[in-house]
Structures are given as C-alpha cells and as structure tokens.
Design a protein. Structure first.
Length: 321
C-alpha cells in the first residue's frame, strides 16, 4: 500500500466572474520515504492541490471530487476532529507564504513548543530542551539563544528553518512543502534542500515538494508530476523528465531552466491560460509549437507506461509514452 494515493482529485473556485477548475482530476501516489515533486507555472493549481490533500481548501474553493487515501484511509471522508488529528502529526505542511505563518509577537521557540502542546498536552516549561534540540536539528546555530528570538530578528533562511522545525516537530510521515525555497537566494536555497534531504533520510519522511522551478525539484525529488491548467500533463522519474521531457510544456519548462542557468532569458511562448475560459481540446495547444488542428478537439488522456505517463496527442498513436 502506498503512503498517499490521490485519485481524480478535483477542486473548483466559484467566483462572481465564473468557475475555475483549479485542480482537475489529478492523481498521484507517494511511497514511504519517497519525494514527489509538483511543477508548473503560477496558477497551474499546485497550492490548491496541496491544500486539498490535507483538506485546507477554503471558500470560495471546494473539493468537488476524488479520493485522498492516506495509509488506505480516505481523508475526504473523515470528520473535522479526525482530520485535525492527522494534520501536523501525520501530515504536516510548509505553506507558500512563510512569514504569514509566524506570529510576530511571540518568540519562535514558544511557537514551536505550541505545536507539541497542541497535540500532546505537554507542559510548555518542559518543552524548552526539546525545542532547542529541534532547532539544532534544522541547523540553527546558537539555538539556546535563538529559541528566544522574535521572527523579525531572523533572516529569511532562518525563518524557513523554523517553519521546517515546526513541520517535523511531531515526526510526521508526510511533509508537504509548498515552494519552500522560492523566496530564498541560491545559496540558502541549496542549504534548505540539503536539510530537507537529510531529514528525509533520518525520519524516513515522504515529501510532496512543490515548485515552479523544475531545476529545484530535480535536486530533491525521485519522481515528479507536471501540472498545466489544473491537470497533470506528464509524470515520471525526475531523471527521465529532465533528460527526455515528452510533453511540449515540460520541454519548455526544462529549456527555461537550462537557459536560466546560462543567465539567458527564456520564457514559455504565449501567455498562461485564462482559467475562467480554457480552450477546448488540449489546453496547451495555443502555446504549443507542435500543435496540430486536431489538438483543438483532443480529449485529455494520460498515456501511461510502467514509470509514468504523458497527456499529449503526439504520443497517442505511437504506443509509446
Ligand atoms: N482563494 C482563491 N480564490 C479564488 N481563486 C483562487 C484562490 N486560490 C487559487 N485560486 C485560483 O486557482 C488557480 C490555481 O491557483 P494556485 O494558487 O493553486 O496555483 P499555484 O500553481 O500554486 O500558483 P503559484 O505558483 O502562483 O503559487 C488559479 O487560477 C488561481 O487564480
Ligand atoms: Mg502556489
């Protein structure tokens, strides 16, 4: 049994202008100890997918279909109290906008201790040693002093380490990390990635790692899924995707990473799709250099092999993917 099995998960936002299918029948699995990356441009539905997995989609958003099996149990069927017990303890999350999750008026050590207290009824005073060793684990130097620091006294990288500490405090089985390195410069980004890799080894942690940057994902993930306009367009082992991307959108994402490394600018041609008014057929065809007339009428279909799959008409009649 997989640790996490997401099956045909769909989330919609109902807004005065219309309906957005932010996550449209997305499926993915994560094994114990596995890191699965989710990549895609801004607005492709990555955060919405992450929130849906732990049932944190708020109105005007609504989960409208699918299953989220965690250790075989459908999280979408649990009552509010039972899902609260799983959040933090079994599945924890590092949110995309870290600064808004640290309270400016409390020392960071107190905020970490609160995580323990909320789930274990432990006495706050007894927790200091535990918190200090957790800060050491996320490689915060002078942790005995830092435990009393306020968020404004810490750098962006240190704040991200505090959030990682909060996320691993209760030794969860699955960590969902939503763009955990995007706000950081390259050196700190590399440090955070190596920290997450270490924690993964030490705790046997599984990670759902979200980023718009395929280069970052390839440094940590075993497999990845690529999202476009709320749908999975490609999935497979990281190495295969980076070396031999199949979907034209994935090819463009890989090219964007390679040219960025050479300090040249490359952006994917065309504009991201209007989510209120998606084109019929393949949603990528208006931007696709390989598009044929028939792509306008194409019905989404994932062509699978033993390693993953691709959802593109080019591969439909070849028997390969
Ligand atoms: N609270 C909300 N209310 C209305 N629409 C929303 C809300 N959150 C997300 N959406 C819409 O859902 C779609 C997916 O958004 P989401 O934030 O999941 O994308 P993302 O891939 O995480 O993007 P980013 O890379 O910018 O973080 C977008 O069209 C977005 O406008
Ligand atoms: Mg996001």
């Amino acid at each position: 049994m997989k640790l996490l099995e997401v099956e045909d998960l769909s989330v919609e936002y109902h807004l005065p202008q219309g309906k957005v299918k932010a996550v449209d029948e997305v499926s993915l699995t994560i094994d114990k100890g596995e890191v699965v990356g989710v990549v895609g441009e801004s607005g492709s539905g990555k955060s919405t997918l992450a929130h849906a997995v732990i049932r944190l989609v708020r109105p005007p958003g609504k989960i409208v279909g699918g299953r989220v099996l965690f250790n075989g149990q459908d999280l979408l069927k649990l009552n509010d109290e039972d899902i609260r017990k799983i959040r933090g303890k079994e599945i924890s999350m590092i949110f995309q906008d870290p600064s808004s999750y640290l309270n400016p008026v409390y020392p960071v050590g107190f905020q970490i201790a609160e995580v323990y207290e909320a789930h274990n009824n432990t006495n706050m005073k007894e927790l200091n040693g535990e918190v200090v060793s957790l800060l050491k684990k996320v490689r915060i130097t002078d942790s005995e002093v830092r435990v009393g620091s306020y968020p404004y006294e810490l750098s962006g990288g240190m704040k991200q380490r505090i959030l990682i500490a909060m996320a691993i405090a209760l030794k969860p089985k699955l960590l969902i990390a939503d763009e955990p390195t995007s706000a950081l410069d390259t050196t700190i980004q590399a440090e955070i990635l190596s920290l997450l890799n270490e924690l993964k080894e030490e705790y046997g942690l599984s990670i759902l790692f979200i980023s718009h940057d395929i280069g970052v994902v390839s440094k940590i993930a075993d497999r990845m899924i690529v999202m476009y306009a709320g749908k999975v367009v490609e999935e497979g082992p990281v190495r295969r995707i980076v070396e031999e991307p199949l979907h034209p959108y994935t090819k463009a994402l890989v090219l964007a990473t390679k040219t960025a490394r050479k300090k040249k600018l490359f952006s994917i041609p065309g504009t991201p799709p209007d989510m209120f008014n998606l084109p019929k057929g393949c949603t990528f065809y208006p931007r696709c250099p390989y598009a044929k007339e028939t792509c306008k009428e194409w019905n989404y279909k994932m062509i699978r092999d033993h390693e993953g799959g691709v959802a593109c008409a080019i591969y439909e009649n070849t028997g390969s993917s």
